[in-house]
Design a protein around this ligand. Structure first.
Ligand code: NG6
Ligand code: CA
Length: 510
């Protein structure tokens, strides 16, 4: 009897251990232990554009719900007042002014993220995440002279994304095709694509020479190749079957994002869903035409809001909502007329895209970079409002912490507790950037150094923030930056200049 006893205990232990192992592997399959992460990123959506941020005429119920049920940041910033630099900073956690290529790029630009550089998808991949991007890229592709008919590389797949379904640059720039994992989607090899930003191809109509062919006319720029009745920036020939239909783009990207979630739901995943709205050309699907009463600009914001609602619905249906951190923001501030006559100015009515802020896209004033910024995680982030100073730059180090990685971005602060609503502490200071100029925020003060350029870009009707003297604003009592108090607070100004220069001068440029 005594001989058998240890064996019995041993076998009981083994059975227990085995069943525990089985159980844990089963648990892992159906409910990943690491929560999913999704960044939904709008293009040119201003601080005052959502109901949750004070809009009254424009209705954005789905984004409002996200904001009300999650954490709504009132001092959340994009790293720049234009697209490419903001997206560069978002993915790398590095200030865009450290990279001289981080400027608005043509569709033929080379990839501006070094393939050796740390990115959000790269660090997540190392932690076992599946990583995907659907939507606008605008960070360059290839190494110059891209042949659009071959495999296009390097691109998103070489900087950390397992899966990519993108447009190369912007909706108003050629090539107007979707690219899946480096391959133009639906391309007929017998009708190859040719792209140039210098000269037209023989026999191709342009907005400049054939305005009668246009359904949307340019107001400034945008008068090169005509595609789908809209003239673009740059010239394109061929690739007929691959060309996107602008009015279907929102549905198309939404479907790809939903598909991505469905096929990756059994493992932890990261999805960067980069919406194309409300950037020009604004082309709502016919079912949204007239939905805002504000013309195409309002209509595509309603459409984007709907897309977010549908996307969240998919997460709910797949049982993923309680296990997914969602971040929503925009790449830069608003612009009403950005190059097409689309009734955006005429039909704007009472809507104020910048809300209480001064400036807009391209501007060093607050509306250039301060944007809607929402974090949402059902059941984990308690509803609230946070005034903490946060930047999209900070997502890299915070997400790293979230996923159990000790990686850090060069200029990225770990504000995970703040993003999850557990702390009200933000960063102390932040360099703001707009079209290669910089300004500085510290606490509630903003300092803009002197810049000689014109004060107002009259084509887009936006104050750029330029002045020949130093500007200093106290956002505490002057959110709209109406009173330059540089002269009244010389010591404060001097301190701001020193702190600003310290950051600009001391850290190495890439
Ligand atoms: C500008 C375009 C503007 C927009 C912007 C990029 C002209 C006159 N204006 O050069 O329409 O495309 O670039 O916007 O061509 S961003 O949001 O991608 O930075
Ligand atoms: Ca943009």
């Amino acid at each position: 009897m005594t001989i058998f006893q240890p064996i019995t205990i041993y076998s009981v232990l083994c059975v227990l251990l085995l069943s525990a192992c089985k159980q844990s592997s089963r648990v892992e399959k159906t409910a990943p232990t690491q929560p999913n992460i999704i960044i939904i990123y709008a293009d040119d959506l201003g601080y005052g554009e959502l109901g949750a941020y004070g809009a009254t005429t424009l209705k954005t119920p789905n984004l409002d719900k996200l904001a009300h049920d999650g954490m709504r940041f009132t001092n959340g910033y994009a790293a720049s007042a234009t697209c490419t630099p903001s997206r560069y900073a978002l993915l790398t956690g590095t200030y865009p002014w450290r990279n001289k290529s981080a400027k608005i790029l043509p569709g033929t630009a080379s990839l501006i993220i070094d393939t050796a550089q740390l990115t959000i998808p790269k660090l997540l991949k190392a932690k076992g995440y599946k990583t995907g991007i659907v939507g606008k890229w605008h960070l360059g592709l290839g190494r110059g002279n891209v042949d659009w008919n071959q495999h296009i590389s390097p691109g998103p797949n070489e900087v950390g994304f397992d899966h990519s379904y993108i447009m190369a640059a912007t909706q108003d720039r050629v090539p107007t095709v979707y690219i899946e994992n480096g391959k133009v989607d639906n391309l007929d090899p017998n009708d190859p694509i040719e792209i140039s930003y210098q000269q037209n191809f023989e026999g191709q109509s342009t907005g400049k020479e054939n305005p009668e062919l246009l359904k949307m006319k340019p107001s400034h720029g945008h008068d090169n190749s005509i595609i789908n009745g809209i003239s673009r920036i740059g010239y394109m020939k061929g690739g007929e079957t691959a060309k996107w239909i602008d009015e279907d783009m929102a549905d198309h990207f939404l479907q790809k994002a939903q598909q991505y979630v469905k096929s990756n739901k059994n493992e932890p995943f990261f999805l960067y869903y980069a919406l194309q709205q409300p950037h020009v050309p604004r082309t709502p699907h016919p079912r949204f035409v007239g939905s805002s009463g504000m013309g195409p600009r309002g209509d595509v914001i309603v459409e984007a809001d709907w897309c977010v609602g549908e996307f969240i619905k998919t997460l709910r249906q797949e049982g993923l909502l309680e296990n997914t951190l969602i971040v929503f923001s925009s790449d830069n501030g608003p612009v009403v007329n950005d190059g097409y006559h689309d009734d955006s100015v005429e039909k704007l009515g009472d809507h104020i895209p910048a809300g209480p802020l001064r400036g807009g896209k391209y501007s060093l004033f607050e509306a250039g970079t301060r944007v809607p910024f929402i974090t949402y995680w059902k059941g984990t982030i308690l509803p609230g409002v946070s005034d903490a100073l946060v930047s999209q730059l900070d997502l890299l180090s915070s997400i790293a912490n979230f996923a159990g990685s000790n990686q850090k971005g060069q200029d990225s602060e770990d504000l995970l507790a703040t993003f999850l609503g557990k702390s009200k502490t933000g960063r102390k200071e932040l360099i703001l950037e707009a079209t290669s100029r910089t300004a500085f925020r510290k606490g509630n003060w903003v300092m803009i150094p002197p810049y000689k350029g014109k004060r107002v870009n009259t084509s887009v009707n936006i104050e750029l923030g330029n002045d020949i003297i130093y500007q200093l604003y106290n956002l505490n009592d002057d959110l709209g930056q109406q009173n330059n108090v540089a002269q009244a607070y010389p010591e404060k100004l001097a301190k701001m200049i020193t702190a600003y220069k310290e950051i600009l001068d001391k850290k190495p440029k890439r």
